[in-house]
Each structure stands twice: as structure tokens, then as C-alpha cells.
Write a protein that binds this ligand. Structure first.
Ligand code: MF3
Ligand code: CO
Ligand code: CO
Length: 297
């Protein structure tokens, strides 16, 4: 069967294969159409500007991903009350360079530092500087590393000392939101399925989903097609196919979803001053479903 867009004509993974073998589609023709792989690659490039990744690309991104995770571990170990956000920048920068890699944020569209460090009401793109971490704060560290030309992008939100109830709540919702999003990733599902799953979960827990920042294709460049909103409708948007690599990185607020950008033109904060948390991984659509290239629990 030829590759098709649109869902109405779609054969489900668990439906009988249209070739008449009597097997389930996923056990039969779903991924066996090798000649079509090239067609899909060309189609996704032309139609959506999505660059599907090949085996060697995936290995490169996975390797960059290992460095990203190691940098996050390093940051986590350093975080505590009294620590300046600038110190986290120094750590991540030096670790990255020492490993013959490049911190992607530095000078990206004028961004002045090597990592984003976002405390409490800061949603994302916090610029490391003189802000000092206090007991009970939450702090997101977002690391993107370029290794041998390949990009991997991941972030986590950490507790500073012992968290209060609100901090625990928003961090838990944000982490589970990412997980729910990633678990929706598989061939045949759509970009809208991911956003719907996240929004449905987060709002169900009375968190709000930031609209202005989205996940994104990644690997050959920092921000590639497609965009991956963390809200949306089931079945809408581009269909996921093996070889797609993108981030899932929901930002979840405790209060309203609205934000404002500070005068530095980067720092995004909640309009109502409420806490915001985020987790991000770079994931690959596989024939079986999904593999994280920056895996953590
Ligand atoms: N790492 C962020 C993301 O997840 C982007 C940061 S852009 C920067 O997409 F310039 F602020 F680094
Ligand atoms: Co990202
Ligand atoms: Co990121």
C-alpha cells in the first residue's frame, strides 16, 4: 500500500493487514515497504520541511544526548541554597567544551550564555547571572549540546533543598506531562495526539499549558520542523513516521498559562507570578514506537 496522509483511510496497527495475510498490520506490511521509505523521506522533506534521520544521524544525536544528560547530572550535584545561576552556566560550559562539544545556546539568536537556568516563576530561557538559589526554589536547567555536528536537547527541573507542597505538585505534573507526551509517540499517531495527551493530563491535574513555546524537530539543527505544541486535538497535524527526531518539553504553570517576556528579551515569566516547571527529552520515532535519545526516568 502506498504511503498516505490523512487519517480517514488509515489502517490501524492492530487491524488486519490489507494485504490479506491474516496477520495484524503491524506484524505484516506496516513497516515492510522498504521502497516506500525513500518516498516518505522525500515527501516529509518537500511537504513539511522535516528531515528524517538515518542510522548514523541517530547514533550521533544519541551520543550528544549522553553529554547532555551528564551535564544535567553535574548541574544537579552543584545545585543548592546559596548557589548563583551563573555557576551552573560555568559548570555546563566547561564540561561541554572539555568534551569537544559546543553549547548550542551560546550566541544563538543573540542569547548570551551556554545554558538556560529558569527559577520558580521563570517559565524558560532564564539567563544565568547573579540570581542566587534559595531553599525551596525550583530550578530548571536546559542543556543543548552540539557534538560532531549533531544536536541533542533536554532539561529537568530540580528542587533546591526541601520543596514545599506547590513546588512538589508542579514539578510532578510537569514531569508526568512530558512522560504522557512521549508515551503517545509512535508511527501512525499525529503531532496533535501528543499535544492532546499532555493538555488533557496537565489540565486534569489543574495545571496550565504554556502555548508560546513548543517542542521542535532537532538533530541537524537546534530548532527544526515540525513544531510540537503541548496542547491540541487528537488526530490533527502531521503523522509521525520512523526517523523523526523531536523534543517533547511541556512548560506547565501552577496558575494561568499567560506569560510575559522581561526586558532582556529572553526570560519568560508567568504573568501571575505562579510557579512553572518543565521537563524535556529528545525522542526518536522508531518502527516499534519511541526511543528517547536523552533518556531519564
Ligand atoms: N533549549 C531550549 C529549547 O528547548 C531553547 C533555548 S534557546 C536559547 O528549545 F537561546 F535560549 F538557548
Ligand atoms: Co527544546
Ligand atoms: Co531545551
Amino acid at each position: 500500500m502506498k504511503f498516505q496522509t490523512g487519517r480517514k483511510t488509515k489502517v490501524g496497527r492492530n487491524d488486519y493487514c490489507p494485504c490479506g495475510s491474516g496477520l495484524k498490520y503491524k506484524k505484516c506490511c506496516l513497516f515492510k515497504q522498504k521502497p516506500d521509505i525513500e518516498n516518505i523521506k522525500e515527501f516529509y522533506q518537500k511537504q513539511y520541511k522535516i528531515r528524517l534521520k538515518e542510522k548514523k544521524d541517530i547514533e550521533g544525536i544519541r551520543k550528544a544526548g549522553k553529554l547532555v544528560l551528564a551535564a544535567l547530572d553535574l548541574a544537579e550535584a552543584a545545585i543548592g541554597p546559596g548557589v548563583k545561576t551563573e555557576e551552573i552556566n560555568t559548570l555546563v560550559h566547561e564540561f561541554t567544551v572539555k568534551n569537544k562539544a559546543v553549547p548550542a545556546p551560546l550566541h544563538y539568536r543573540g542569547y548570551p550564555k551556554s545554558v538556560c537556568v529558569s527559577v520558580n516563576e521563570v517559565i524558560c530561557h532564564g539567563i544565568p547571572g547573579d540570581r542566587i538559589l534559595n531553599e525551596g526554589d525550583i530550578v530548571n536547567v536546559d542543556v543543548t549540546t552540539i557534538l560532531d555536528g549533531y544536536y541533542a536537547d533536554a532539561n529537568k527541573t530540580f528542587f533546591v533543598g526541601t520543596p514545599g507542597e506547590d513546588a512538589k505538585k508542579i514539578v510532578e505534573i510537569a514531569k508526568k506531562s512530558m512522560k504522557v507526551g512521549i508515551s503517545t509517540v509512535r508511527p501512525g499517531n499525529t503531532v496533535g495526539d501528543i499535544g492532546w495527551a499532555i493538555q488533557n493530563y496537565a489540565e486534569g491535574k489543574s495545571g496550565s499549558v504554556v502555548r508560546e513555546f513548543v517542542g521542535h524537530g532537532v538533530g541537524f539543527d537546534f530548532h527544526e520542523s515540525p513544531q510540537i505544541p503541548h496542547y491540541g486535538n487528537r488526530g490533527e497535524g502531521i503523522m509521525l513516521v520512523p526517523g523523526m527526531v523531536f523534543t517533547v518539553e511541556p512548560m506547565i504553570n501552577l496558575g494561568s498559562k499567560d506569560l510575559r517576556i522581561l526586558k532582556d528579551k529572553w526570560t519568560a515569566v508567568t504573568k501571575d507570578g505562579s510557579l512553572s516547571a518543565q521537563f524535556e527529552q529528545t525522542v526518536l520515532v522508531t518502527e516499534e514506537g519511541v526511543e528517547s535519545l536523552t533518556p531519564y526516568d
